[in-house]
Design a binder for this molecule. Structure first.
Ligand SMILES: Cc1ncc(COP(=O)(O)O)c(C=O)c1O
Length: 435
C-alpha cells in the first residue's frame, strides 16, 4: 500500500500547529535535493520557504551530511557540564567572528524557543545577581518567539496562546513600527514605539529586565519589517533607560536579511542574540544564546547561587556542531548567494508583480520577499485566502505557506535564477486566478 494514502486516522502522529480534524493528510516526502522536495507520488516541489525557515542550503547537502557522518564516527555526544569537545569550541569561536565584537560568550541549547527561554532567564537572573528584582519584560506587539512558556509570554499577542495567558511571565508590549517599500510614515511609527517604551520604563523605574525584538523582521507575526534606523533608536533608548536589549535572530540569522546577522546589517550591538533555525543548514536541532561580557560577568562569581542553572541533555551535541561548522564553510564560500538575493528579487518582482492590483505593502529584505494580498474578509492569520493560495501553489509545484493573507518567500540560498523567475511568474498567475 502506498504510504501517501495513509489516512489521518491510521497514523499515530499528532502534527505541530495542525488542527488534526480538519487538516488535509500530510504529504509523504521521500527525499530532498537542493531546493526540491520529492514526494512519494512522484511530484517534485520547490521549497520556497526552506521548510520551517531552516534549510538555508537546500536539502540533503552533501558537505553537511559528510561532516555529520565523520563526526558520528568520532564522538556522537557527551555531557556538556564538566566536558567540552572540539566541534563546540570551534563553532563558538567561528560564530563570534561574524557577530559584533562586544558579544563574547556562547551558551548552547537546541531550538529557537529554548534559545529565547535561556535569554529571558539570563536577563532576569542577571539583575537578581546584582541585587535587583527586575522581573518584568518588554516585547513588541505581533512578535513570535517560540512556544515554551517564557517565549510564549514575550509573543503574547499571537493568536495561539489564550489557554496559557494566566500562566505567562509579566510582559508589557509596545507597538512594532512596521514598514514597507514606499511607506512615508515609518519615522512617525518609530517615534511612537520609542515614546511608548520610554513611558513604560520611566513610569516604572527598576522594574524591567530587558526588551526583546525580532530585529528587522517579525517572522511568524506576518513578515513585518522595521528599518535598521529603528534598531539604532531602540538601542540608544534601551541604553539610556538602563534595560538590556535582546535580539531574537532565530529566523533572521545566517544570511536571511542579506548580511550575516540582522544586528550586523543594522550596525547595532544588543546585549544578547538568540540563534537557531539556519544554524545547521536544517540538518539537526541546535541553538545558541550569545551574550556580552557584561551579562556573563553578572554570573561569574565565587557564590554558587549566582550560577546559571540551565542545560539540556543534548546541549552542544557534537553532530549538530559539526553540521553547523560545515554550514558556516558553505556560507563563507557563497556570501553573494544571500548578499545579492534582494537585488535579484526586486528586479524580478518589478517585472512580474508590480502591476498586480491585489498586492499591497511590497517589501524586500535580503533573501526574504513579502507582501499582503488584499481580501474583502479582513486580514489575519486565520484568513482563508492563505489556505487557498497554498493549495494552488502546491498544485503548481511550489511549497509556499502564506501567513493569513501575507505571502512571503524565504527560499534556500542555492536557488537558481531560473527557479526564482518561475516562482515569481507562478505567484503572478495565482494572484490573477484569485482576483
Ligand atoms: C523569531 C523566532 N523565534 C523563535 C522561534 C522558535 O523557534 P523553534 O520553533 O525552533 O522553537 C521562531 C520560530 O519560528 C522564530 O521565528
Amino acid at each position: 500500500m502506498s504510504t501517501t494514502s495513509l489516512t489521518k486516522e491510521k497514523s499515530p502522529i499528532w502534527h505541530p500547529f495542525t488542527q488534526m480534524k480538519t487538516a488535509a493528510p500530510p504529504l509523504m516526502v521521500k527525499g530532498g535535493d537542493g531546493v526540491y522536495l520529492q514526494l512519494e507520488d512522484g511530484r517534485q516541489i520547490i521549497d520556497c520557504i526552506s521548510s520551517w525557515w531552516v534549510n538555508i542550503h537546500g536539502h540533503s547537502n552533501e558537505k553537511i551530511a559528510r561532516a555529520i557522518y565523520d563526526q558520528a564516527l568520532t564522538l556522537e555526544h557527551v555531557i556538556f557540564a564538566g566536558f567540552t569537545h572540539e566541534p563546540a569550541e570551534k563553532l563558538a569561536k567561528r560564530l563570534l567572528t561574524h557577530l559584533p565584537n562586544s558579544l563574547s560568550k556562547i551558551f548552547y541549547s537546541d531550538n529557537g524557543s529554548t534559545a529565547v527561554e535561556v535569554a529571558l532567564k539570563m536577563v532576569i537572573q542577571y539583575w537578581h545577581n546584582s541585587g535587583q528584582a527586575r522581573t518584568r519584560l518588554i516585547a513588541f506587539d505581533g512578535g513570535y518567539h517560540g512556544d515554551t512558556l517564557g517565549s510564549m509570554s514575550v509573543g503574547r499577542t499571537a493568536p495561539f496562546w489564550e489557554p496559557f495567558k494566566s500562566m505567562m511571565c509579566a510582559v508589557d508590549t509596545v507597538p512594532f513600527p512596521t514598514t514597507w517599500d514606499a511607506d512615508t510614515q515609518a519615522e512617525e511609527r518609530e517615534q511612537e514605539s520609542i515614546n511608548c517604551l520610554r513611558q513604560l520604563v520611566e513610569g516604572n523605574p527598576s522594574t524591567y529586565a530587558a526588551i526583546i525584538i525580532e530585529p528587522l523582521i517579525q517572522g511568524a507575526g506576518g513578515m513585518r519589517f522595521c528599518r535598521p534606523e529603528f534598531l539604532q533608536k531602540l538601542q540608544k533608548a534601551a541604553h539610556e533607560l538602563d534595560i538590556l536589549l535582546i535580539y531574537d535572530e532565530v529566523m533572521t540569522g545566517f544570511g536571511r536579511t542579506g548580511d550575516w546577522f540582522a544586528c550586523v546589517k543594522a550596525q547595532t550591538t544588543p546585549d544578547i542574540v538568540c540563534l537557531s533555525k539556519g544554524i545547521t543548514g536544517g540538518f539537526l536541532p541546535l541553538a545558541v544564546t550569545v551574550t556580552s561580557d557584561k551579562i556573563f560577568n553578572g554570573f561569574y562569581s565565587d557564590d554558587v547561587s549566582k550560577t546559571f542553572f540551565h542545560g539540556h541533555s543534548y546541549t552542544a551535541n557534537p553532530l549538530a556542531c559539526a553540521a553547523a561548522l560545515a554550514s558556516m564553510d558553505i556560507l563563507e564560500q557563497t556570501t553573494t548567494s544571500f548578499m545579492d538575493a534582494e537585488k535579484l528579487n526586486r528586479e524580478i518582482a518589478a517585472e512580474y508583480l508590480e502591476s498586480q492590483k491585489l498586492i499591497e505593502h511590497m517589501r524586500f529584505c535580503g533573501t526574504i520577499t513579502a507582501f499582503e494580498v488584499t481580501t474583502s474578509d479582513g486580514n489575519n492569520y486565520f484568513d482563508q485566502i492563505g489556505a487557498v493560495m497554498r493549495q494552488k501553489f502546491l498544485e503548481r509545484g511550489f511549497l509556499i505557506r502564506p501567513l493569513g493573507n501575507t505571502l512571503y518567500l524565504m527560499p534556500p540560498y542555492c536557488l537558481t535564477n531560473q527557479q526564482r523567475l518561475d516562482i515569481f511568474a507562478n505567484i503572478a498567475d495565482v494572484i490573477r486566478e484569485i482576483a
